[in-house]
Write a protein that binds this ligand. Sequence first.
Ligand SMILES: Nc1ncnc2c1ncn2[C@@H]1O[C@H](COP(=O)(O)OP(=O)(O)O)[C@@H](O)[C@H]1O
Ligand SMILES: [Mg+2]
Length: 261
Amino acid sequence: MNPKLVPELLVVQDIQKSYRKKNKVLDGVSLTIRAGECVGLIGESGCGKSTLARCIMLMQGVDSGAIWFQGNPVQASNRESLKRYKGQMQAVFQNPSAALNPRLRLLESVMEPLDQLEQKVPAFLKDCGPDRREIAGKLLECVGLSRELLDRYPHEISGGQKQRLCMARAISVEPALIIMDEPTSSLDTLIQSEMLNLLKELQGRLAFSYLFISHDLPVVQYMCDRVLVMHEGRLVDEFVKEELFAPDRHPYTRQLVAEYD
Ligand SMILES: Nc1ncnc2c1ncn2[C@@H]1O[C@H](COP(=O)(O)OP(=O)(O)O)[C@@H](O)[C@H]1O
Ligand SMILES: [Mg+2]
C-alpha cells in the first residue's frame, strides 16, 4: 500500500537500526499514528524504545526503512519541509534537566522552540498579543506554573516544574505530534500522576497526537487508546487498550501483565 494514500499522521515503515554490525537494535519496526490519537509504546529497558523515538525525531539516522509524516517522506525532504516536519513534532524526554539550557531564564527557555522555528504566536495564545513576556507567561500557566517563575533559572525550580516547562515548550508551536519518552519516570509518584493528568488535559484541549513511551504498563494503559509492545527491537503486539486481557495477546504482553498482578 502506498502510504501517500493513507491519511495517517505518522507512518513508520520497516525501520532497521544497528549501532554496531552485530547489534540490531530495531528490527523491522512499522507503526502508524493517526491525527489526535494517543498511542503507547511499552517494553522492557533496552528493547529499543528510545532509539525508535530518536529515529522518528531524526536525531539519528536509520539503516533502512522509511518515515512518512502527513503523507510526505521525511528522509528525502528538503530544508524547508524538514523545518516544517520538525515544527510539527516535539518531544519530551525523561530527564528535564538535560533538556533545558542551564544558562537561560525560564522566559527564554520556554520561547526557544518558537524562536528557533520562527513561528508566529500559536492560535491558542493569540489573545496574548506580540509581547514575549506575555506569551511566555501564558505558556507557563497552561502547564500549571506561575508566571512569577519567568525570571528563574532551571536550577531554581523542582524536577516536576522543569518537566512542566518542557511540556510548555513542546506545546508552544502547536505540534501535531508529541513524542514523550518516559516523561514521568524521573518524578515522584504524586508528581508523576499530576503530570499524567496535565498531559491528558492538554491533549484534550489542543488535540495533538502523542506517542507515549514507558516501561510501566498501568501508566501506558491510563494514557493511551492503543498500545504497541516492543520486545528486543521488534513490535510483537498491538491492541486497543480495552483488549489488554484478550486471549490472543502475545505471550510477552501477558508476561508484562503478570508482573502487575
Ligand atoms: N548510542 C548508542 N550506541 C550503542 N548502543 C546503543 C546506543 N543507544 C542505545 N544503545 C543500545 O541499544 C539498545 C536499545 O536502547 P534504547 O533504545 O535506549 O532502549 P530503551 O529506550 O527501550 O531502554 C540497548 O541495548 C542500548 O544499550
Ligand atoms: Mg529509553
